[in-house]
Design a protein around this ligand. Structure first.
Ligand code: CMC
Length: 434
C-alpha cells in the first residue's frame, strides 16, 4: 500500500447502537478515502452507490482530476502545459512509464511505435466480413478484440515483456484500424501507414490519402489533431477505463479488455457525445430554433439533453475544453471557415447556454466533446468517426491503467454487490398450472 494511514471514521448503527471504526487513507492530493473493505464482514451491510459517485475502486498514480477547480494532471503535469509543449507520443510515454522521456528514450519509443503500425495482412480479409454501412465503432470493437487472435506471442498477462509488447501494439495499431474502418465504409482501398510521418500526420494521411492522390497534411491541422489526442489520452476512472479494469480484473487479455473499453466509450453519455453534438446541431438546424431546444433540455419530462454540456466530475469548467476552444478557433481560422452554418450555430449555442440560468446554476459548461466535434467537422472527419478518434487517443490511457492494475497486488476480481428487490424464494409452478 502506498497510501498513508491518516485517521479513522466511526460508523454507528442507530438500531443496535454498535459502532465500527473504518480506516481513512490519504492520497498525495485530493479527498481522503474511507476503507470499507471489512464493512460487510463486520456489519453484514453493503454500501449502496449506483453510478459509483462516492466510490474509489483502486489506487492509481496516473491521472488526477479536481472537478471543482478544473484541474487535470497526467502524472502530475497540468494538461494545458502538455497540450502546449508536449506531443502525443511523448504523452503516451509519460502515461505508460510515469515520467517524461529523455531524448534517447523518446527517440526509441517513437521509433518502436512507428514500426508497429502495420496490421497483419490477414486483417484485410477480416475487415471484409463487415457490412460497408457498419458503424466504425462496431468495426473497432470487433477488430481490436480480434488482435488477440493474431498476436499470440504477447498474451501472457503475467509476463511484463508480453504486457509491454501488447501495449505498444495497441498504441501503434489502433489508429491504423480506425483509418481502415473509415476507408472500408467509403469503399476506398486501405492506405498503408508511413514511417516518415508523425503520429497525427500519419493518421490523417491514412484517412485522406488515396492510391491515386497523396494527401499533404497541413501543419496546423496535424497540430490540432495531436492536441486532441493529448487531451483525450486519459481521464482517471471514467466508465470506459473502469470497464477495461473490470474486464482485466478477471485475467482477460489486453486486446479483449481494450475492446470492452471501446464498447463502453461508444455510448452518447461518454465518448459518443462528440458525434451526438453534431447530430444535435444538425437537428437544431438554425439559430432561430436554439431557444426551443434549450427549453426541451430544461424540461424534466423530456429525456433530451444538450449534448456536449455537463460533466460528471467537472462542476466548474472542463480544463480540456478550455484548450480545445483555443484549438477550435485556430483551426477555423486556418481553414478560413466563416459562415459555415453548423459551426456558427455551435458558437451561438455556446454563447446562449453559458448565459442561461438553468445551465449556470447547475454548472453545465461546454465539455471537451463540444469543441472536438466542431474541430473534427472542420477538418473533414465524418461524424461516425468522432468517437473512433476518442478511442484512438484513449487507448494509451486504458492500457496504462490496465498495466497499473495488473501490477497492483491489492487488486482482486471486480465483483460489486447489490440491493436485491426481487421475489423471495418460491416454488416452481408446472406449466399446466400457470
Ligand atoms: N443538458 C441538460 N440538462 C443537463 C445536462 C445536459 N447536457 N447535463 C446535466 N443536466 C442536468 C440534469 O438534468 C440534472 O438536473 P436536476 O438537478 O434538475 O435534476 C443536473 O443537470 C445534474 O445532472 P446529472 O445527471 O446528475 O449529472 P451526471 O454527473 O450524472 O451526468 C453527464 C453527467 C455528462 C452524463 C451529463 O451532463 C450529460 O448527459 N451530458 C450530455 C452528454 C455529454 O456531453 N457527455 C460527454 C461528457 S465529457 C466526455 C467524457 O469524459 O466522456
Amino acid at each position: 500500500m502506498t497510501l498513508e494511514k491518516n485517521n479513522t471514521f466511526t460508523l454507528t448503527n442507530n438500531n443496535s447502537g454498535e459502532s465500527f471504526e473504518l480506516p481513512v487513507f490519504k492520497g498525495s492530493v485530493g479527498p481522503d478515502v474511507i476503507d470499507i473493505r471489512k464493512l460487510y464482514g463486520d456489519t453484514n451491510c453493503f454500501t449502496y452507490d449506483p453510478g459509483f459517485t462516492s466510490t474509489g475502486s483502486c489506487e492509481s498514480k496516473i491521472t488526477y482530476i479536481d472537478g471543482d477547480e478544473g484541474i487535470l494532471l497526467y502524472r502530475g503535469y497540468p494538461i494545458d502545459q502538455l497540450a502546449d509543449n508536449s506531443d502525443y507520443l511523448e504523452t503516451c510515454y509519460l502515461l505508460l512509464f510515469g515520467d517524461l522521456p529523455n531524448q534517447s528514450q523518446k527517440e526509441s519509443f517513437v521509433n518502436d511505435i512507428t514500426h508497429h503500425t502495420m496490421l497483419h495482412e490477414q486483417f484485410n480479409t477480416f475487415f471484409h466480413g463487415f457490412r460497408r454501412d457498419a458503424h466504425p465503432m462496431a468495426v473497432m470493437c470487433g477488430v481490436v478484440g480480434a488482435l488477440s487472435a493474431f498476436y499470440h506471442d504477447s498474451l501472457d498477462i503475467n509476463d511484463p515483456h508480453h504486457r509491454m509488447v501488447s501495449s505498444y501494439r495497441l498504441i501503434a495499431k489502433v489508429p491504423t484500424i480506425a483509418a481502415q474502418a473509415y476507408k472500408y465504409s467509403v469503399g476506398q482501398p486501405f492506405i498503408t501507414p508511413r514511417n516518415d510521418l508523425g503520429f497525427a500526420e500519419n493518421f490523417l494521411h491514412m484517412m485522406f490519402a488515396t492510391p491515386a492522390e497523396d494527401y499533404v497534411v497541413s501543419k496546423t491541422l496535424a497540430k490540432a489533431m495531436d492536441r486532441i489526442l493529448i487531451l483525450h489520452a486519459d481521464h482517471e476512472q471514467n466508465a470506459s477505463t473502469s470497464t477495461v479494469r473490470l474486464a482485466g480484473s478477471s485475467g482477460a487479455n489486453p486486446f479483449a479488455c481494450i475492446a470492452a473499453g471501446i464498447a463502453s466509450l461508444w455510448g452518447p453519455a461518454h465518448g459518443g457525445a462528440n458525434e451526438a453534438v453534431l447530430k444535435m446541431l444538425n437537428e437544431i438546424g438554425d439559430v432561430s430554433k436554439i431557444p426551443s431546444f434549450i427549453k426541451k433540455a430544461k424540461d424534466k419530462d423530456d429525456p433530451f439533453r444538450l449534448m456536449g454540456f455537463g460533466h460528471r466530475v467537472y462542476k466548474n469548467f472542463d480544463p480540456r475544453a478550455k484548450v480545445m476552444q483555443q484549438s477550435c478557433h485556430e483551426v477555423l481560422d486556418e481553414l478560413g471557415i466563416k459562415g459555415e452554418p453548423l459551426l456558427d450555430l455551435a458558437m451561438e449555442l455556446e454563447r446562449i447556454a453559458l448565459e442561461d440560468e438553468y445551465f449556470v446554476n447547475r454548472k453545465l459548461y461546454p465539455n471537451v466533446d463540444f469543441y472536438s466535434g466542431i474541430i473534427f467537422k472542420a477538418i473533414g472527419i465524418p461524424e461516425t468517426m468522432f468517437t473512433v478518434l476518442f478511442a484512438v487517443a484513449r487507448t494509451v490511457g486504458w492500457i496504462s491503467q490496465w498495466n497499473e492494475m495488473i501490477e497492483d497486488p491489492t487488486q482482486k476480481i471486480g465483483r460489486p454487490r447489490q440491493l436485491y428487490l426481487g421475489e423471495n424464494k418460491r416454488d416452481y409452478i408446472e406449466l399446466s398450472n400457470r
